[in-house]
Write a protein that binds this ligand. Structure first.
Ligand code: PRX
Length: 651
């Protein structure tokens, strides 16, 4: 009964409508006619307006499915667009980042001129280590201004980077450094997180030990604690990056590689998503300009993501800086030293635009609105959400308690692969509905297809697809052409399969329904079931493992692992902790299962295939689907009771 009344509630909340406030609409960067613009005209104009070119492009795009090229013939430099462009226009004194460290009082403001100087110094330093156009560089850092500086220094030299989220383990880091054949790694001694230090350099040392291509490591001093330095290989940032003499920005072709970002797919091996220069920058900057309605001389914009994810790349670094925004960057957790830290930051800097994830909103909801009420949040004028479907309750809480019922909310759907926001309200135009990402961005062709590949109209549901190329789209998977074709382009010819389920309502608004593949979404982080399974079976005592996700009120999904130990051994609390830690060592703490159910057997078909669908049903506590193909139907009953036991222990 309880579930059904909750469903009715959710349904009623979804029915609410929020038209844009008239004052907001009147001044909005995007006005209604934006939806009437022709595809080619829109992207041509954006290409010229958002980005400065050393040499203009001669052709808008070329589409040879499944590969696209954009702004052909154009030459540009991303760092130049993010820095020099503004300084040369006399805007060097504008703050680019207000940075707030986690420890009390640790604050810096970096203007565009400051940032240009820091980038120049690091670029010169990297050059002295032999980095030039095409040299792959790894970046493993926390949320310090030097992380964007490192990315921009690479972009300035034309050296492609890969940023590895600071929460990833040595194994994950090594895998990425190895795959991209990075020659240099940029890291820091330690990072601050919830009052303690994260040993980035120590993890980096372990990873570099397994990454023979890495010859030099540049280490930023952040906490100042002692860390081992390897003579000849490791260099302190502050000692190496001292040369302020001009470092020319390398003219790059539109289609030159800007970065790789590894993300989870449906196998154990992460995919290296390829992003190039011109189209990516146009896509990131134009979406940032219209969706966040950026007024660069008035707004203080805060994207509370981590630079290690694509949101950080497109909407902390490249989009906002290309648009000349003033941003806030925060190093630590939202609950340190108290649960009002975010709201204190908003009040201190007068933040006008906040972009975050539903999981964060739900944490704040759980902590209660009193923390936000202690602070003046009246400067806020626009809120954003990204990373997972936002439940209507969280949407409304965000609207009321953070947005003071006056701020439009943009629920933005996109992916590491898309590089830029694809489905979103435009805040001065769209009437929003709690839980719906609403409409495709102008110049983006989104549809929902049924199994057979027919387009589903209003009222229907199915697979979310993208039918036309877009400027910031991935240019493939690094060194994996077959996998690229297979993953995104094999279900429907010449149409990009996003991997998400979606429905369209009677107004033509899109509602995202979560992943349709073996990818989980925990706190907005993408994790593959198979990656976690591989990490578990890597443990010497594990015979078999299968992983499924269950609903979690805060993190969206939580990982449940079903594990069979070797030799029929019984599980224990100690073993459970050991296995969770093993996953943290193999992947990172974000991938630790919330529960582990030890079981003598996993449900398998007669041909020996693990029935994941059934495990999902067990994990979600749903009635079981078809069990007739099971080799041994008693296995699931046993699993059920074991999972119930686990749950009751947890409660
Ligand atoms: O399932 C969708 C979900 O996050 C996936 C992409 O994850 P990632 O590449 O890590 O990028 C996250 C940040 C862009 C999508 O396939 N997702 C992202 N945004 C939304 C979303 N699901 C529903 N609504 C969203 N606004």
């Amino acid at each position: 009964m309880e579930t059904s009344s909750q469903e009715i509630n959710t349904y009623q909340l979804e029915e609410r409508r929020y038209p844009p406030p008239p004052e907001f609409a009147a001044r909005a960067n995007a006005q209604r006619d934006i939806y009437d613009r022709d595809f080619d005209e829109f992207w041509e104009t954006e290409g010229r307006e958002r980005v400065a070119w050393f040499e203009p492009f001669t052709k808008l795009y070329e589409w040879e499915p499944p590969y696209a090229k954009w702004y052909l013939g154009g030459k540009l430099n991303v760092a130049w667009n993010c820095l020099d462009k503004h300084v040369e226009a006399g805007r060097g004194d504008q703050v680019a980042y207000y940075w707030e460290g986690e420890p009390d009082g640790d604050r810096r403001a970096l203007t565009y001129s400051d940032l240009l100087r820091e980038v120049t110094k690091l670029a010169n330093a990297l050059k002295s280590l032999g980095v030039g156009k095409g040299t792959p560089v790894g970046i493993y850092m926390g949320m310090v201004p030097e992380a964007p500086v490192a990315m921009l220094a690479c972009a300035r030299l034309g050296a492609p980077h890969t940023v590895i989220f600071g929460g990833f383990s040595a194994d994950s880091l090594a895998g990425r450094l190895h795959d991209m054949e990075c020659e240099v790694l940029i890291t820091q001694d330690e990072a601050w997180r919830r009052g303690t230090t994260v040993p980035l350099k120590r993890v980096a040392d372990e990873a570099v030990g397994e990454s023979p291509t890495v010859q030099n490591v540049v280490v930023l001093q952040r906490t100042g604690n002692d860390v081992p330095m390897t003579e000849g290989r490791d260099h302190w940032w502050h000692e190496l990056a001292t040369d302020e003499s001009e470092c020319p920005a390398e003219p790059m072709d539109s289609e030159d590689l800007l970065y790789l970002l590894y993300t989870s797919g449906t196998t154990a091996k992460p995919k290296g998503i390829v992003h190039t220069t011109g189209g990516y920058l146009v896509g990131a900057a134009s979406t940032h300009y219209y969706i966040f309605d950026l007024k660069r001389d008035e707004d203080v914009y805060w994207c509370a993501a981590d630079v290690g994810w694509v949101t950080g790349h497109s909407y902390i670094v490249y989009g906002p800086l290309c648009n000349g925004a003033t941003s806030v960057m925060y190093e630590g957790t939202p609950d340190y030293p108290d649960k009002d830290r975010w709201w204190e930051i908003i009040e201190r800097y007068g933040v006008t635009i906040l972009y975050t994830a539903p999981t964060a909103i739900r944490s704040h909801m759980k902590w209660g609105p009193e923390h936000a009420q202690k602070h003046d949040l009246s400067t806020l004028r626009l809120l954003g959400s990204v990373g997972e479907p936002i439940n209507p309750e969280a949407w409304i809480w965000y609207h009321e308690h953070i947005g003071g019922e006056r701020c439009p909310i943009v629920d933005t759907w996109w992916q590491t692969e898309t590089g830029m926001i694809m489905i979103t309200p435009l805040p001065g135009i769209t009437t929003t509905k709690p839980g719906s990402a609403t409409k495709p961005f102008p110049g983006v062709d989104v549809a929902v297809f049924n199994e057979e590949g027919a387009e589903v109209g209003p009222g229907g549901g199915g697979y979310l697809v993208l039918r036309k190329p877009w400027p910031a789209m991935l240019r493939g998977l690094y060194k994996e052409d077959e996998r690229y074709r297979e993953t995104y382009w094999s279900k429907y010819p010449n149409v990009y399969l996003a991997g998400d389920g979606a429905r369209i309502d009677e107004d033509g608004d899109f509602w995202l329904l979560g992943r349709v593949d073996d990818v989980m979404n925990v706190s907005g982080h993408r994790i593959s079931t198979i990656e976690v399974e591989s990490a578990l079976v890597d443990h010497k005592e594990v015979a078999e493992a299968a992983v499924a996700a269950r609903f979690d009120a805060t993190t969206g999904q939580a990982i449940v692992a079903f594990v069979t130990l070797k030799g029929g051994a019984e599980g224990s609390v100690e073993k459970l902790e050991e296995l969770r830690n093993h996953v943290a060592i193999k992947i990172g703490a974000i991938a630790k299962p919330a529960n582990i159910v030890f079981t003598p057997e996993l449900p398998k078909t007669r041909s020996g295939k693990i029935m994941r669908r059934l495990l999902r049903d067990v994990a979600e506590n749903r009635p079981l689907g078809d069990t007739t193909t099971l080799a041994d139907p008693t296995v699931v009953d046993e699993l059920r009771s074991r999972e119930a036991e686990e749950q009751s222990k947890e409660d």
